[in-house]
Design a protein around this ligand. Structure first.
Ligand code: GDP
Length: 352
């Protein structure tokens, strides 16, 4: 996260119908950045993975010339609507953006429509990943190439097939009042949804997808969702875990601000709000260091967005899904805010 620590990493969630390829797409995105340069190597966080901008530039080659000022993208490791709707922030969705995966050969399915409704209600910017293009009969694979470059090498029949299948998706979206087009034909990404044909198995189209996500983040977030990391940390508790030698720990996604060892934090238990002091902040070690004894690397502070394990006294009884805030002289205000958010969460759960 070298250049500009003040800029927040946007959080991305992958959604879509079961078996349409959400997990494969996430795996491919994470896998492809492993081969990129050291500086751009991915970092595994708690519950999330950061794909840094250098890795995205390397993958996208000459396409990656657009001026970019965000540090990368943080992908939530658990795909699906459940993660999207239960991981909450500021009363809305934790994810700033989403990728809606649609199997290009199967088209829309019930959970595709559900996901669209959720994204619309939350006003979350998203793109459609029309995946499994390698399954189109006669498709000739050009590993990791951009969609357009690979598409141009296909024969006319295959091209026609891709066009027809893409238009079926455009048509379905239009029935649901979304104006969409293949990404290379979209002039205004704020008005039109971009459809990126791709394959998680061959990597084709993935550079395009990542660049479009970056473009969306820059356009939407710079004015609407605030892209700067400012002030005390705010996050969501993903999991509460007992770890040998560490006691009860919290796996947290920090979506805003900064969090440091020694910070006073507040989180919810079933019945109350706990205020405690951060003892340590732990990140998973990079793959190549997995053989060292300690599975975690200790860091002094983190900036949003990040997935981090927090150790502190008195975490027993904290509940997953709780809001998480750093206190900076505003203890009563923070405690009240947590109580309010927990009530909202309970009301929402009761309504579901
Ligand atoms: P999820 O349920 O949405 O997470 O779907 P998965 O990622 O588990 O994928 C479901 C099946 O589709 C698996 O057998 C994958 O190997 C396969 N699959 C996913 N993406 C692709 C793709 O791009 N091309 C091909 N040929 N198969 C894919």
């Amino acid at each position: 996260m070298a250049e500009n620590p003040k800029i927040r990493t946007p959080i991305v969630c992958v959604m879509g119908h079961v078996d349409h390829g959400k997990t494969s797409l996430l795996d491919r995105i994470r896998g492809s950045s492993v081969v990129s340069s050291e500086a751009g190597a991915i970092t595994q966080h708690i519950g999330a993975t950061i794909v840094p901008i250098e890795a995205i530039r390397t993958m996208s080659g000459s396409m990656g010339k657009v001026p970019i000022n965000i540090p990368g993208l943080l992908f939530i490791d658990t795909p699906g609507h459940h993660a999207f709707t239960t991981l909450r922030a500021r009363g809305g969705a934790l994810a700033d953006m989403a990728i809606l995966v649609v199997d290009i050969n199967q088209g829309f399915q019930p959970q595709t429509i559900e996901a669209l409704q959720i994204l619309r209600n939350c006003k979350t910017p998203f793109v459609i990943a029309a995946t499994k293009i390698d399954r189109i009969h006669g498709w000739r694979v050009n590993e990791n190439e951009s969609f357009i470059s690979s598409f141009n090498k296909q024969n006319e029949r295959v091209k026609g097939d891709v066009e027809n299948k893409t238009y079926e998706i455009v048509g379905k979206l239009s029935e649901l009042d979304f104006s969409a087009d293949r990404f290379d034909r979209v002039a205004d990404f704020q008005r039109n949804l971009a459809i990126v044909p791709l394959s998680a198995h061959t990597g084709e189209g993935i550079p395009d997808l990542l660049l479009i996500m970056i473009g969306l983040a820059q356009r939407y977030m710079s004015d609407e969702l605030k892209l700067l990391v400012e002030g005390p940390g705010a996050g969501t508790v993903l999991e509460v875990k007992e770890e040998r030698g560490l006691g009860t720990t919290l796996d947290v996604i920090l979506y805003d601000g900064t969090l440091a060892v020694g910070d006073e934090i507040a989180v919810a238990t079933q019945v109350d709000v706990v205020v405690t002091k951060v003892r340590s902040l732990l990140k998973p070690r990079p793959m190549q260091e997995i053989l060292t004894e300690d599975r975690f690397e200790r860091v002094k502070s983190v900036a949003a967005a990040a997935g981090i394990k927090v150790t502190a006294p008195n975490l027993e009884g904290v509940i997953a899904g709780s809001p998480f805030f750093v206190i900076r002289g505003n203890r009563d205000e923070v405690t009240e805010k947590i109580k309010r958010e927990m009530t909202e969460i309970h009301v929402n759960l009761a309504e579901e």
